[in-house]
Design a protein around this ligand. Structure first.
Ligand code: ATP
Length: 148
């Protein structure tokens, strides 16, 4: 099966690199699938799961905002933060969710706490990624065996 080269990069470090059969990312407009031969693309990403399929168990990350670039048969996913599903501390994410919800509740009705809203989105994205990974057979998206 054809593959496409993918890099997931944060400002701190490259997080993941490999060749995949497909990937799905959380674009602003909704889930966006990319396959080998995909047309060039630049799209904004919101917090959510990135699912990389390379045969076997999918590799799942939670990412926060950023963008995806598909160009010349390569995919670059540039994001503020990216955690492999296995690294996600679900308890920390639940605490972050509760804190953000409390802040939003305490905000006057005519105001909008954008920071709390963004923190809530990040926390929910992390919880969603752990849930997705757990549902897929308990391996929580261990990286695929080397294929490059
Ligand atoms: P918190 O309030 O728990 O710090 P946050 O959404 O404010 O959450 P970020 O600013 O998005 O955190 O991330 C800061 C760093 O912590 C990043 O490196 C991110 O990958 C990591 N991180 C955040 N939450 C978690 C988590 N639940 N599990 C593992 N790593 C996390």
């Amino acid at each position: 099966m054809k593959r496409i080269a993918v890099s997931v990069i944060t400002p701190d470090k490259p997080v993941w690199e490999g060749d995949v059969e497909s990937l799905v990312v959380p674009a602003h407009e909704g889930q966006l699938g990319v396959w080998p031969g995909h047309a060039p693309l630049l799209a904004q990403l919101k917090p959510g799961p990135v699912v990389l399929r390379a045969g076997g168990e999918p590799v799942i990350f939670s990412v926060s905002g950023g963008f995806i670039e598909v160009n010349q048969g390569r995919v670059a996913v540039f994001v503020e933060t990216a955690e492999h599903a296995e690294e996600i501390d679900a308890e920390r994410a639940r605490q972050a969710e509760m804190k953000a919800r409390a802040a939003l509740k305490a905000t006057p009705a005519d105001k909008m706490d954008l920071q709390a809203l963004a923190a809530l989105e990040r926390a929910l994205a992390r919880l969603r990624a752990t849930e997705l990974a757990t549902r897929r057979g308990g391996k929580r998206g261990a990286p695929p065996s080397p294929q490059n």
